[in-house]
Design a protein around this ligand. Structure first.
Ligand code: MSS
Length: 366
């Protein structure tokens, strides 16, 4: 096996045994490392950066970080210090990269070959965006998007639009959105977007803008390349363009984290089949587990605290398994009755893979 890549400096606090370093800007949580405590520990959470990480100096004086609020009746700049007087909310949310599960596409789309570990369940605290908007006189007339801009210093000599991390989501998303300064009980680390991050619960990772420097309510979608052409659900063989759907709301998904082949063969007898399930915009209602590749299913039990509709639930099924080889699969249903599909939706860049068949594991009981 090739030698493991070292952790980059900004992520040196990560647990090297619990992650796969794909590159200096892409780090995946190992499937064996999700644990059974609902929340993903910060030192095991995945990282995905589209640009080089900003310098540590931006988190030296966190409360002084400014964010410009535009597209409201009274636009102005606010510091984190001021935001901390304007409201407080905590939300537990699945943060998942749009490309999680890309490695399972037989078409081998280019991009990081994430399996399941570009996701985690994370607790965020900050001010509700709706409180900020209210304090600034409400959204200006005619605005239909909420557009967040990342605070990276852009590489010189390039058209800013071609590289800037700026994403628009429908205005309705502001109802659940936060400007967050705390993650899992600590100030948001630089790796995860400190000093201030836009959190859009239920939406894929890319919409959660790190080191946010501007939050604008806009009449049009951002013209940044990452919005107009990147992160589009493009038909196989075609390039991204603004007419195609963008990656936004997540949908119902689950996968098994134990037993998995990486952890060795479980002993014959009672085997606890466990994993995680989430509904994106809707709470999870239940999870079924199959030991025969999806021919038959049994209802699993949801385990641990319910941390709200944007969090994931853990599930477990105790199965009596004699020696043999089993194809273990899980299939979640949300409260609206949406069922996790068997197959992925094919697309050029390998986004939004929710297929239960792709996430199944073959395990030998010894
Ligand atoms: N933000 C910014 N500013 N920058 C960048 O790069 N990225 C994205 C988000 N945000 C970015 C941002 C992505 S893409 C993702 S996933 C996320 O983030 C991640 O997170 P973490 O914390 O984990 O790293 Mo895909 O859809």
């Amino acid at each position: 096996a090739p030698a493991a890549k070292p952790l980059p400096g900004y992520a040196s606090f990560k647990n090297a045994d619990a992650v796969i370093v794909h590159s200096s800007t892409t780090i995946e949580t190992k499937r064996s490392a999700f644990g059974s405590s609902v929340v993903t520990p910060t030192n095991q959470l995945y990282v995905r950066n589209n640009l080089p990480t900003p310098p540590e100096s931006i988190v030296a004086d966190r409360d002084a970080w400014p964010v410009q609020i535009d597209g409201v009746k009274k636009p102005r700049q606010l510091t984190v210090r001021e935001l901390k007087t304007m409201g407080l909310e905590t939300v537990t949310m699945v943060l998942q990269c749009s490309g999680n599960g890309r490695a399972f596409f037989p078409s081998k789309p280019s991009g990081t070959q994430w399996t399941v570990g570009a996701a985690g369940c994370v607790v965020w605290s900050g001010v509700p965006v709706r409180d900020v908007v209210k304090a600034l006189g409400g959204v200006a007339d005619g605005m239909v998007y909420m557009t967040g801009t990342g605070g990276e210093v852009l590489p010189a000599g390039l058209d800013p639009k071609s590289v800037i991390v700026e994403r628009s989501v429908p205005l309705a998303a502001l109802e659940d959105a936060l400007l967050a300064w705390e993650m899992n009980g600590e100030p948001v680390s630089l790796a995860h977007g400190g000093p201030l991050r836009l959190i859009v619960p239920g939406y894929t990772g890319v919409n959660n803008i790190k080191y946010i420097k501007q939050l604008a309510f806009t009449a049009k979608e951002s013209e940044a390349h990452i919005m107009s052409h990147g992160y589009r659900i493009s038909p196989p063989g075609s390039k991204g363009d603004p007419s195609q759907p963008s990656v936004q709301e997540m949908s119902v998904k689950s996968w098994i984290n134990s037993p998995i082949p990486e952890d060795g063969n479980p002993a014959a007898g009672t085997v606890q089949i466990q994993g995680v399930a989430f509904g994106g915009m809707n709470a999870v209602k239940g999870v079924e587990v199959s030991i025969d590749g999806g021919k038959t299913w049994k209802q699993a039990r949801l385990v641990g605290p319910d941390m709200g509709k944007f969090a994931w639930r853990q599930f477990v099924l105790q199965a009596q398994l004699p020696k043999g080889t089993y194809q273990l699969a899980s299939r979640a249903t949300d409260v609206k009755g949406n069922v996790q599909p068997e197959t992925r939706g094919e697309n050029q860049s390998g986004y939004n893979n929710t297929s239960w068949a792709d996430h199944a594991v073959t395990v030998t009981v010894a």
